[in-house]
Design a protein around this ligand. Structure first.
Ligand code: TMP
Ligand code: ASP
Length: 241
């Protein structure tokens, strides 16, 4: 355990708060119990949600680190708090889809569930006011949100993470339908995995029954949200111990 002091709050988002520390290169990420959907049009919360997402993210980050992928996570020092490297976040939501669901199903009027012919990587511009619009690679480079070289690294790491996650969740009896990740850039120029990987930002279906275990339970009132998240955590613990 490293020693550090938590200082003032730098930022509060929909599901997390960020605090400065006495180390200029490290910040604390606190997971809140709040839950939002559809660009915060729908709001909710449940007791223990921050802790569940923090523990799920921690387990996943540890697995990803084993594959020599650089990430912002340093340590989880409280049930809902991580110490992470401070990075400049690349303003992109990097989405991978293995099966048709969510906004893709809606956009093309296709039924959910079909397995895609390739892992479909998409970028969305992180901007609440614009409701995170889809952006092309060339738009990202033209607007200066990232460079061609950095984008190539982001894609490579993202597809690697997809393979790691698919494998972990297959062992859990869950199908990884899609997920969203974010990246940051260190002062050294290194691109690292940032944010969180939790049921807020993934779609996970029971491999046998197709029951949805993730935030879609909240988005569409499909069942007890906490039970879904707790089931994911329990399965991860069984598989990763
Ligand atoms: P979508 O089908 O709504 O585009 O979402 C694809 C995946 O990305 C899904 O697992 C949820 C995740 N996601 C986020 O984590 N944050 C977001 O703001 C959005 C739109 C999607
Ligand atoms: N994360 C977004 C929100 O909080 C969208 C979503 O997950 O549905 O509004």
């Amino acid at each position: 355990m490293s020693t550090f002091e938590i200082e003032h709050q730098i930022y509060e988002g929909k599901a997390k708060k960020i605090f400065a520390t006495n180390d200029d290169f490290k910040v604390v990420m606190e997971f809140k119990n709040d839950l939002t959907a559809f660009n915060a049009l729908k709001k909710g919360q449940f007791e223990g949600k921050g802790e569940l997402n923090c523990e799920i993210s921690t387990l996943i980050f540890k697995e990803i680190a084993k594959h020599k992928i650089s990430l912002h996570w340093i340590e989880t020092f409280e049930k809902n708090k991580m110490l992470v490297q401070k990075t400049e976040i690349i303003p992109l939501e990097v989405v991978v889809r293995n099966r048709i669901a969510g906004s893709l199903a809606k956009k093309f009027k296709m039924p959910e569930g079909e397995v895609l012919k390739l892992a479909l990587l998409e970028f969305y511009y992180k901007n609440d006011e614009l409701q995170d619009p889809f952006v092309s690679d060339d738009q990202i480079i033209a607007f200066g949100w990232s460079t061609a070289a950095d984008l190539a690294i982001v894609k490579k790491i993202t597809l690697q993470i997809n393979e790691i996650l698919k494998d972990i969740f297959k062992k859990c009896g869950l199908s990884l339908v899609d997920f969203k990740i974010e990246f940051g850039k260190l002062p050294s120029g290194e691109i690292i995995l940032a944010d969180e990987i939790s049921p807020d930002s993934m779609r996970l279906w029971d491999s046998v029954t197709n029951e949805k275990m993730d935030k879609d339970r909240f988005r569409f009132d499909l069942g007890d949200v906490k039970t879904g998240y707790q089931t994911i955590l329990n399965k991860l613990k069984e598989v990763l111990s």
